[in-house]
Each structure stands twice: as structure tokens, then as C-alpha cells.
Design a protein around this ligand. Structure first.
Ligand SMILES: NC(=O)c1ccc[n+]([C@@H]2O[C@H](COP(=O)([O-])OP(=O)(O)OC[C@H]3O[C@@H](n4cnc5c(N)ncnc54)[C@H](O)[C@@H]3O)[C@@H](O)[C@H]2O)c1
Ligand SMILES: O=c1ccn([C@@H]2O[C@H](COP(=O)(O)OP(=O)(O)O[C@H]3O[C@H](CO)[C@@H](O)[C@H](O)[C@H]3O)[C@@H](O)[C@H]2O)c(=O)[nH]1
Length: 330
């Protein structure tokens, strides 16, 4: 039995592949290498280079391997890009997910884990931390593109034997503590990644997008989660479905928020390097504040995070950034 990981050459996917292999799973990866890297992949995982919506490629993967679960990371991930180019986000995240789900159902794949996002909530209107049954009001096409995929999964699971888990990730950061992989995205836009690049002198400055949000210091607040805690949530969610668990949606975050300025201070402190910060206008599509209530993950699959510490997240992100510079220098 094999687990198919789409987007397995990307940031989170490459960590997932290592976690699966560490747990004795057989892994096949499907990735078109648009933002991922062949070298990021564990050598034991077989890579099919191509698109998640390519029917011939999917057909051959399902013929060559007995796929028992799909973990679907492949997608486009930059919130402001989705505002400027919404149709490409609906294409890559929604339309192509539909094709993959259809192929999974046709091939009789029993389990599906989907990379959803905190962006489905927008800025929660009621209370924070936000639970899965809160109102869903995405503030970007990215959030909508993921919510539509959740809805397709919900309705497909009701009509077919497919069981799914949609994990709503909050802000994923950090790198593999064993330093086998990390976030290598070229021209990355994620706050912790960008701040680490600036701290190590790989970029000249950091822009802080918006200082007039209704938060304690006026900058946006996010719930930053270490990538290894996220991959452990996937393993546990998969185990639960294998044991007969029904389809669910679960938040993955720690339940506490840090502002952009908190993150900047942390990166300066942990790296020991001061750097320049520009306070600029808001970036389109950003929610003011979003913090996870992760009770469902704890209750349904006994998720116990191990890296709930912003300093530790930043330390591992910096460690990877340092390795990456040495690699790029070669
Ligand atoms: N990074 C975060 O904080 C975060 C938070 C919430 C949800 N997510 C979701 O997690 C998933 C992974 O994100 P990431 O940060 O690792 O991004 P990433 O860009 O590093 O990884 C995405 C991978 O998917 C591949 N890919 C993209 N479109 C494809 C397609 N049509 N066919 C085949 N391969 C394709 C890319 O080459 C890349 O390897 C995404 O679905 C994203 O929306 C990420
Ligand atoms: O150089 C930067 C980068 C980011 N930010 C701010 O930092 C916050 C976090 O931004 P970013 O790290 O880009 O993450 P999000 O836009 O919150 O989105 C991430 O987190 C979501 C889950 O919350 C995922 O779904 C997305 O794929 C992922 O990109 C936002 O307020 C940004 O405006 C800055 O001020 N300067």
C-alpha cells in the first residue's frame, strides 16, 4: 500500500515525505516542480513529474501503485497573488483539485487528506481562537479556492466511499529539526522566511504590510505552527481514517497569535542581527488576525504538538536558511 503525496517536492510536502518514510510508509510523489525542487525530495520516494490534473499520468500512477491514500499539497499558495490573478488560483487550486478527486474516486482510493487553510475564515467576526464551525468568510480568492475544494470533498464523500480529512493549516514555518529539508521557495513571500533571509543578509529589507489593523500593535496577527507538528497531524489523521474514522475538518495551529512586529523582534533576537524594517501600506487579501482552536485535532486524532515555541520555529528556519546559502554558494 502506497501514499501518494502531491506537491511532495514543495516546502510542506517535502517534510511530509520524510515523516511518512520515517514511519515506514511507501511513498510516491506527483509534482510539476513549479515551486518545488527535485533535490528537496527524499531519495526513497519515487517522483512523477507532472500536473495533478493530468489524467494519463494519474492513470499510470494508479496502475503502477496500489494507492491507499492521497495527501494533496499541490497548489498555489501566495495570498496577494490570488488577489491580482484570481483565475489562476481557481484553476490550480480548485479546478485541478476537482480533477484529482475525480481520478481518486474512479480509482477507488479510500482516503484523502487535503491542505486547507486558515484563510477560509477571513478575519473571524465572533470569537478567537476560531473553531471549525465558525462562519467562513475568506478575504482572498486563495481562501475561496481552498474552501471550494473543501466543499467538493464534503459532497463527494457523502456520495462515494471516499473518506477525507481537510486540515486547515494556520501559518506554517520552520524546518525539519534533522535539517533534511526546509523552505526553499525562490522569491518567497512568507513572513518568517523573508525575515530570516533579511537577518542573514540575503535580502536588503523587510516591509511590514499595514500598521493600522485593529490589533494590539496595528500589524496582522497569525498563529505560526512548526512544519513538523503539521506533518505529525497528517500522520495521525491518516491513522484515524485507516481505523474507520469518518470525514472531518480540523484546524492545525497552536491557539496563540503573534503580530508581524512580534515576529520581526523574535527573528532579530534569535539571529542576533538587527535589520532594517519599512512600515508600508496594507497588502491586499490579508485578514487582520486569525488564531486556531485546535480542539478537534486533539480530540479526534490525539494531536500533541511538540514545537509550540516561536523561538524554536525561528531557530529551525534560520538553520535551514543558513544551509541553503551554503548550498547556493556552491
Ligand atoms: N505554507 C503555509 O503556511 C500554508 C498554510 C496553509 C495551507 N497551505 C497549503 O499547503 C500546501 C503546500 O504549501 P507549501 O507552502 O508547501 O507550498 P509550495 O509552493 O512549497 O509547494 C507546493 C508544491 O506543489 C507543486 N505544484 C503546484 N501546483 C501543482 C500542480 N498543478 N501539479 C503538480 N504539482 C504542483 C509545486 O511544484 C510545489 O512543489 C498548499 O496547498 C498550500 O495552499 C500552506
Ligand atoms: O514580507 C512580509 C511578508 C508578510 N508580511 C505580513 O505577515 C503576515 C503573514 O503573511 P504570510 O507569511 O505571507 O502568510 P499569510 O498571508 O497569512 O498566508 C500563509 O498562511 C496561510 C494560512 O494562514 C496560508 O494558507 C497561505 O498559503 C500562506 O501563504 C501578513 O499580515 C503579511 O502582510 C509582512 O508584513 N511582510
Amino acid at each position: 500500500m502506497t501514499v501518494l503525496v502531491t506537491g511532495g517536492a514543495g516546502y510542506i510536502g517535502s517534510h511530509m515525505v520524510w515523516s511518512l518514510l520515517d514511519n515506514g510508509e511507501d511513498v510516491v510523489v506527483l509534482d510539476r516542480l513549479s515551486t518545488g525542487f527535485r533535490w528537496a525530495l527524499a531519495p526513497e520516494a519515487r517522483l512523477y513529474v507532472g500536473d495533478v490534473a493530468d489524467p494519463n499520468l494519474l492513470d499510470s500512477i494508479f496502475k503502477n501503485h496500489q494507492i491507499e491514500a492521497i495527501i494533496h499539497f499541490a497548489g498555489s499558495v501566495v495570498v496577494p497573488d490570488s488577489v491580482s490573478d484570481p483565475l489562476s488560483y481557481y484553476e490550480n487550486n480548485t479546478v485541478k483539485s476537482r480533477a484529482l478527486i475525480a481520478a481518486a474516486v474512479a480509482a477507488g482510493v479510500p482516503h484523502f487528506v487535503f491542505s486547507s487553510t486558515a484563510a477560509v475564515y477571513g478575519t473571524p467576526q465572533d470569537s478567537q481562537p476560531v473553531a471549525e464551525n465558525a462562519a467562513l468568510n475568506p478575504e482572498s480568492p486563495y481562501g475561496w479556492s481552498k474552501l471550494m475544494t473543501e466543499i467538493m470533498l464534503r459532497d463527494t464523500a457523502a456520495a462515494t466511499p471516499l473518506t477525507y480529512t481537510a486540515l486547515r493549516y494556520f501559518n506554517v514555518a520552520g524546518s525539519d529539526p534533522k535539517r533534511r529539508t526546509g523552505q526553499s521557495t525562490a522569491g518567497a513571500t512568507h513572513l518568517i522566511k523573508v525575515a530570516c533571509e533579511v537577518a542573514l543578509g540575503k535580502r536588503s529589507r523587510l516591509s511590514v504590510y499595514g500598521t493600522d489593523y485593529p490589533t494590539t500593535d496595528g500589524t496582522c496577527v497569525r498563529d505560526y505552527i512548526h512544519v513538523s507538528d503539521l506533518t505529525s497531524a497528517h500522520l495521525k489523521a491518516l491513522k484515524r481514517m485507516r481505523a474507520g474514522g469518518r470525514s472531518i475538518v480540523a484546524n492545525c495551529g497552536y491557539g496563540r497569535g503573534f503580530s508581524v512586529l512580534d515576529v520581526v523582534d523574535c527573528v532579530k533576537r534569535v539571529s542576533g542581527n538587527d535589520f532594517e524594517v519599512s512600515l508600508v501600506d496594507r497588502r491586499p487579501g490579508d485578514a487582520a488576525s486569525v488564531i486556531a482552536n485546535a480542539e478537534v485535532a486533539r480530540r479526534e486524532f490525539d494531536w500533541v504538538p511538540e514545537y509550540d515555541d516561536l523561538d524554536l520555529i525561528v531557530q529551525t528556519a534560520l538553520a535551514w536558511e543558513d544551509l541553503l546559502s551554503k548550498r547556493n554558494d556552491k
